[in-house]
Design a protein around this ligand. Sequence first.
Ligand code: C2E
Ligand code: MG
Ligand code: MG
Ligand code: MG
Length: 287
Amino acid sequence: LVVGQMVASLHSRSVGAARRRISDHQVASDLLDAVADGEIVPAYQPIVDLRTGEIEGVEALARWRRPDGELLGPAAFIDDAERTGVVHAIDRSILAQAAAQVAAWHEASLIPGAFRLSVNLSAHHLAEPDIVASIRDVLAESGISPACLVLEITETGLVSDPEGIACRLEELRGLGATVSLDDFGVGTSSLGNLMRFPIDAFKIDRSFILGAEGSDRGRALAGSVIGMAGRLGLSSPVAEGIETEEQRRTLVELGCARGQGFLFSRPVLAAEAEELLRRGRCPIAGG
Ligand code: C2E
Ligand code: MG
Ligand code: MG
Ligand code: MG
């Protein structure tokens, strides 16, 4: 009986795995079709000078524009894309579209020379060598300088093959791009990652911004993280998820110069982003 149960359970497990493979295959091919059909598009969220609201750059964030007009956020498809490996096609497509858009904004004199484009790069398979050539080619095609590009990498992806990843990050920096650790401080080895990986900057996770308003300790912690960036010789960090004027003021007091969040603007499609860029800044209280 026990053996029978084991066989039955093994059988149902392999059937489950096979079904998952078939449905993963379908998911992957739907996502690849969406990329090929131009349904995966970047939304842009301004990154601003927290003292003035001046727009210093944008982060491109993937959206799935369904044929019926619905706009899906990454929560609806990025996990599937990571699991099936399609995330690379998405990352490359978002980079290509956003780089072409930034080149057009430059052409129209809507943005200054130092304007920076941030894109998210999945760390899955970041160790693979051809990623560098692929990013270099996409940039060359768009005509924007690698010095304008910030590659955001989330800490959660930095688990396997750290040597390979470190090597690739070094090559990406060699192109002239900036490497930034996304969602800094919420991973399991944030400080270790600063030691292990050649990075230029980090983005302070929203939980620190919420914490800084909550308590003296939260404020001290956020202040320490901001101060640490300076002491490590990293570029000034970007604070994520700023929603209130109070949070903006607190961050300025703690010495944080740059940030993004709904207070300034939600991520918006290109046409709306262009309106923001025409004004050059996001209004802030008293600014
Ligand atoms: P992320 O890179 O940390 O991006 C910031 C997320 O915070 C965005 O969510 C943005 O809409 C949201 N956000 C911005 N300001 C605020 C705020 O004031 N309050 C709150 N509550 N949220 C705010 P989104 O667009 O849903 O993206 C989620 C995540 O999906 C991104 O987090 C990034 O890890 C991933 N992602 C987005 N686009 C891409 C992509 O093209 N490639 C890859 N590999 N991942 C992507
Ligand atoms: Mg990001
Ligand atoms: Mg982030
Ligand atoms: Mg985040």
